[in-house]
Ligand binder design. Sequence first.
Ligand code: BGP
Length: 476
Amino acid sequence: MAELRKDFLWGGAVAAHQLEGGWQEGGKGVSVADIMTAGANGVPRRITAGVLPGENYPNHEAIDFYHHYKEDIKLFAEMGFKCFRTSIAWTRIFPNGDEAEPNEAGLKFYDDLFAECHKYGIEPVITLSHFEIPYHLVKEYGGWSNRKMIDFFVKFATVCFERYRGQVKYWMTFNEINNQTNYESDFALMTNSGLTMDPHKDMEREMYQASHYELVASALAVQKGHEIDPNNQIGCMIAMVPIYPLTAKPHDIMAAEKAMQARYWFADVHCNGRYPNWLPVYFDKRDYQLDITTEDLVALQQGTVDYIGFSYYMSNCIEDHGNGPDYHYDEANNHTQNPYLEVSDWGWAIDPEGLRYGMNWFNDRYHLPQFIVENGFGAIDQVSADGKVHDSYRIDYLRRHIEQMKLAVTIDGIDLMGYTPWGCIDLVSAGTGQMDKRYGFIYVDKNDAGAGTLARSRKDSFAWYQRVIASNGADL
Ligand code: BGP
């Protein structure tokens, strides 16, 4: 029977803007994450025009990993991490995004961070663009609506591949690139592409154009990364949220299939190096005359990824709304609740088996190694009278998902590189901008209002995950 790789990459995942803080240190520029306010009591985050006085921007300090990283990596090492997934803040390397030369202080910060990881035998796993585009590129160029972004990104990626050669082997280009299929959400558009909602524009078209430029930029970066160091393993990063049909009605089955296509064609381009057949047909039908050149198509072919990195938190469910034979998928409105699943406090359906389903879906299509680079349970933790967080609900969630992950390997034969649960240390939630939606094995004393000592402490899940890693997933 197949089993987890001997060198399985157990670890944890974060993103620079959600934990580093130090938003103006070492010459860092302003990113789109720096102009997002904290949400509160059901009020969503707002994206402001620049940094405005009197607003609460939780990413500015976050958990101040910028100054605490040594202490934090020591705790990761204590848990037995083999790898640590984080991102490089683009604005530390190119503060505005369009400079001729990179910022040395920013480059140096990641030299030190990666050296600290290697001190403990922890392999860095790096996302190049994780929801933190330089804000200057949004203002001056319109973000990824502009072809010039390809050059800016490829330059940034090249600088990173050259500088961190030998220090970083595992890379991903764009975090959850497919989340922008939710093109009715300012947040999804801004974080992925630096696009702003415009009632005079067809935002679906804008999303397709921006995504195309991102995919070309990703493919060119993959080629560069391989040239600079053939040992580099460069993956894509897809948000896997399987969409099930609500019933066995053929219309529901087809609606779910079309919804899966609409959400996951990004993986076709990353992995197969070409658009799936239905997309050019769809562009024609909508009369979307996109800027897609022959050179772009060659670049896509030549820059396919080495592995599929993906996040998994939940599944969704869909029923046909009689939208006609093209089953036009509207992510914001089409989902319906799955009657067989419970949901988290944020309405995310808890579905461990969906992880195995998603892995099989990827495997059947792309036959590439996989890396689960996010999975986890956001919850409001209570510090008990003994001063500790007893997070059995988090252990339960992760245990059930790891069980399914193991079945995907041992029964389905999927080649899985590793598993990095999200937010291994408490950090700012991307969706809500709050501190109190927590994922960590390590508690950070800071609340939504920004108060707290920033002290770190071990939750119950810390010792549990330590045992899981030590037993290579046997002791759950
Ligand atoms: C993914 C993002 C992460 C992370 C996670 C949890 O979409 O890649 O950045 O934040 O989801 O989401 P949230 O923080 O909204 O709970």
